[in-house]
Ligand binder design. Sequence first.
Ligand SMILES: [Fe+2]
Length: 496
Amino acid sequence: MFIKIKRNCPKTESSQCNKFIHGKLQIKGIISIFNSALAWQDVGLPLSTTSNEACKMYDALLTQIVSWTNDPSLGGFEICKTKLQAADPDFVMGQVVINGAELIGTGKSVWLDKDLDAAVKRMVGLSKTQEITERERLHVEALDLFAKGSLPKACNVWEEILLYQPTDLLALKMSQDTYYYLGYKQQLRDSVARVLPHWTPQIPLYGYLNGMYSFGLVETNFYDLAEKVARKGLALNPSDAWSTHTLAHVYEMNADVYNGLKFLKEMENSWKGSDMLSCHIYWHWALYHIEKGDYEAALTLYDDQISRSCFKSGAMLDIVDACSMLYRLQMEGINLNNRWKKLAKVTRSHAKDHILIYNDVHILMSLLGAKEADTANQLIISLQEVSQTPGENHQHQLARDLGLPICQAITEFANGNYSRTVDLLNPIRYQVQNIGGSNAQRDIFDLLLIHAALKSDCRAHQKLARCLLMERDALRPNSPMNERLIRKAIALHNVD
Ligand SMILES: [Fe+2]
């Protein structure tokens, strides 16, 4: 973001016009004096603080969020947070970007984490006592709604910001991530499409909009256009991990294993430094191996990259990817040894989170895989409890009709009750997208239904398995995994 600050700053030694170009402060000399702090005013995104350092750290944090990179050249995320707090502890947008990064990770919530709850309340309190702009007030409102679990309403507020300030990258990024959590594919695509004409390549971080837009395109099945836009993002910035990630999805959805593996391997040095996303890209890499039937290679990636990242970061994206990878390998009949037990050391503390249904069901997979039946049961009981809690929490509202049936289906499958699994999952299979995640991530539920139907002793379920595989073949022709499953279905003697 190109940012100029013009002000008469009581907290700094001189009044200057400074340019922040995402993390790099360039002093341009004394230009003009204003009577109030008008940070970022020139680009129409004023920040209400009198601290240059706070603005610089806001910029550094936003850059790292958008690039999925804990960037040592900017000081790293934690150090930037500390510096921002020290520079201006009452800077409302500083609190927004810090709390936003915490909340959007979905590993913490205000109802489980007292410190986060206090931080969000303080942010809201500051917004009422400080003189801030309407855009900043809306940012606070949106994040407060997100914190309360009112995700669709939060998106509405971010869109209200973008209507008037289409270059507000924080609003765009927060809404992008939230649309993804909601499974709102069209909004994921269109929210970028409608602001893109207001951006020019001269605006720093412009390149990252290509990654965002291309991801929305791939999720709505515009694979060719998604590839074109993602390659544009990579041409502008080869280390744009989100554009790389979109291309990984394009190869995945086309079951183009050869080119997917080739691409990720060739680009590995460009994307692996994006530590907030690299685990997920390794997960995509491992999916290609599963598709090929090369389970040893998938397990090696799990051991060397995915689980290692998961244990190191504790980030929810890494945790759910680790759960998802083991579950897929387990459905393929692979012996996982003690991997579930090791993973449960990280997942069991999230059993009662209920921040996202998508997270809950993956945590449940790990608990059942580790044979931690009591904790798995606690997860389901507490999910039942929150599903009956009145309020605006969108995910808790989804629990009754979607979260709990999926959890029950996963539990029945773990207990060998395949027929019951089908009965629970089949009626809701077209609603599963409402728990969020990408098409590639949610494929795990399609596979679960197919495996359960194949294993069920009910003749109708076995016929259903064949139908589901025909559907899958139509959408994803030449998939080696599908061919294996079709052979399995044909081999069933008792199918008509
Ligand atoms: Fe992905």
